[in-house]
Design a protein. Structure first.
Length: 271
């Protein structure tokens, strides 16, 4: 749809979005206009955004690592800072053209953005993704299937094929890490419109991480790596958790994206 809609011109959309507190009102207006197919749909989309729905839920997709990732209502929206995690994973997983393709697992996958983006960066990989939230699984299947992967519904490793044990080269675990007592401090776009299971990391924010690291070594191939995002203040506890469960940990930081990633390995690569 062009900006010449007789019902809601571009300038009017920008004015409404800016009044609602949208900092990048012009950019958002262009995206909403491009996504709407009819004047009525345009009006409804602007109303949803003004009411506080995340832009990605309004237009149905998010840009992540140069890809258009489909994002359904209530599904966790991939953050730009998490692109740093994907870049680090890609650097670890790149192989010679004649080498076997990497085996990638995306736990707590949400929309499936991380796994899909990593496969895109690598060019080829055997991708498996899982999430406990049925809405996230439905959404992820649209993104991960397009990347040639499979999605499973269930709690962490539980739904994964047992044949993956000891074969996973890259284990992405974008676990929730917000302490329960801090959920109420999150922006309304996350607190109200994203599933709590994708945000709440328990009393200290590390409950889900502990469950991931407890058996990660059983799933990783020799030389495989677990990567997860955390906050700067949680790094000491996160590293302690990783090392206690038999993995070697190092921390990577990207100041530009305000991203902190822990990379945990289990030994030398096979073969």
């Amino acid at each position: 749809m062009s900006a010449s809609s007789p019902l809601l011109p571009f300038s009017a959309i920008v004015t409404r979005l800016r009044a609602a507190g949208c900092v990048f009102a012009e950019d958002e207006a262009e995206l909403i206009l491009s996504a709407a197919h009819t004047p009525d749909e345009l009006t409804a989309m602007v109303e949803r955004r003004v009411a506080g729905l995340p832009l990605e839920h309004v237009i149905g997709w998010a840009e992540f690592c140069g890809l258009r990732i489909l994002v359904d209502p209530a599904v966790f929206v991939p953050r730009r800072r998490t692109e740093f995690l994907v870049r680090r994973a890609a650097a670890l997983a790149h192989r010679a053209p004649d080498a076997p393709q990497a085996v990638v697992v995306d736990l707590c996958c949400g929309s499936g953005a991380l796994g899909a983006a990593l496969v895109s960066a690598l060019g080829r990989a055997e991708l498996h993704a899982a999430d406990i939230d049925p809405a996230a699984v439905r959404c992820a299947r649209r993104n991960v299937t397009a990347a040639g992967g499979r999605v499973y519904e269930g709690d962490l490793y539980e739904p994964l094929p047992a044949a993956l044990k000891g074969r996973v080269d890259v284990l992405l675990a974008n676990v929730p890490y917000v302490p329960t007592c801090e959920i109420g401090l999150l922006p309304a776009e996350a607190r109200v419109h994203e599933a709590r299971v994708a945000l709440d990391g328990g009393s200290d924010g590390l409950d889900v991480l502990r469950r991931v690291t407890a058996t990660a070594a059983q799933w990783l191939a020799p030389g495989g790596h677990l990567l997860f995002e955390t906050s700067e203040r949680q790094v000491p506890q996160a590293v302690e958790t990783v090392t206690r469960d038999g993995l070697r940990a190092r921390v990577a930081v990207c100041d530009e994206l305000d991203a902190t990633v822990v990379i945990a390995g289990r030994g030398e690569r096979r073969g």
